[in-house]
Design a protein. Structure first.
Length: 298
């Protein structure tokens, strides 16, 4: 970040209109079950093409849930997935959703040098734009892997033609997180730079509590997740950023063996409940695409 410090946009383009409910951003990280970072030591990348893919079935289910509630969302999609399922990508775009980048092959940004990262974000952007036929403006790093040690990645994203990132999670976590980052959308290097839109947290007792989905949405009772997001809308008067993965609506996915108890719990807890919880979430809040809420787009 610049020496002058980040420039916050809190209260400026957080999706609020006079007399209208606050719109929250619904986002999906489009990857398959075998591509999650927690399985990296157990499933080799070389084996990916031979594994049974479930992402297309799961995305079609999600598109149906969103259509039923007339919700538009942002799909942060891997280039690897887009190359193999171009018709699925076209269905996402045809549904009126935003297509954004999750990188090419789910490599953590923190595991790449500047040259490797630029190639990753540029190639995935081109693949998605060629297939989807729309400009790709947003990026989310796999496993929220942009933090204090690699903030240079934000400048790389700007150079590659992105306008915003949603790659910093202001929480303390054993695999990711930048707990002292701003909680709401900000410009890390001034308003001429990239806009960073963090995953939603709630500030309680001097600590940021995760409130933006993922495994916490499956772990917490739905009533708690709903209360946390309501608090952000009502008390902070800000849009929330919610995320989940296609494999989280798929309790029938192949179960991995020889993984640790902690990883097993995190990945498989309450998979059978996610779909109904998502349906409730789409009914209980107002939702839209990231670009429509945070960028000045038509």
């Amino acid at each position: 970040m610049s020496q002058a410090g980040p420039s916050s946009i809190a209260g400026t383009h957080a999706g609020k209109h006079a007399g209208m409910p606050i719109r929250n951003a619904m986002t999906i990280d489009v990857e398959d079950y075998f591509q999650v970072s927690a399985f990296a030591d157990h499933i080799s990348r070389d084996s990916w093409p031979t594994l049974s893919c479930r992402v297309e079935r799961n995305i079609d289910l999600i598109l149906g849930v969103l259509e039923a509630s007339q919700v538009k969302a942002t799909f942060f999609t891997l280039g690897w997935i887009a190359e193999r399922y171009p018709e699925m990508v076209k269905r996402i775009v045809a549904g009126g959703h935003e297509l954004a980048s999750h990188g090419y092959g789910h490599l953590r940004a923190s595991d790449q040098n500047a040259e490797e990262f630029m190639h990753d974000i540029s190639s995935s952007k081109k693949i998605l734009e060629d297939i989807g036929g729309q400009q790709v403006l947003g990026y989310r790093a796999p496993s929220f892997s942009i933090g204090k040690q690699n903030l240079w990645a934000l400048d790389s994203l700007l150079q590659a033609g992105y306008r915003y990132s949603s790659s910093i999670y202001p929480v303390k976590h054993d695999h990711y997180g930048m707990p002292d980052a701003p909680r709401f959308a900000f410009y890390p290097n001034g308003e001429d730079g990239l806009l960073e839109i963090p995953i939603t947290t709630v500030r309680i007792m001097d600590r940021n509590l995760p409130a933006g989905g993922g495994g916490f949405f499956r772990l917490f009772p739905y009533q708690l997740s709903r209360w946390l997001l309501q608090r952000v809308n009502q008390q902070d008067q800000q849009s929330g950023i919610f995320y989940f993965h296609p494999w989280e609506v798929d309790p029938d996915q192949p179960r991995q063996q020889n993984i640790g108890m902690k990883t097993r719990f995190r990945h498989y807890v309450n998979l059978a409940r996610t779909e109904n919880r998502l349906k409730a979430l789409t009914r209980d809040f107002q939702w839209d695409r990231m670009d429509k809420i945070f960028l000045k787009t038509p």
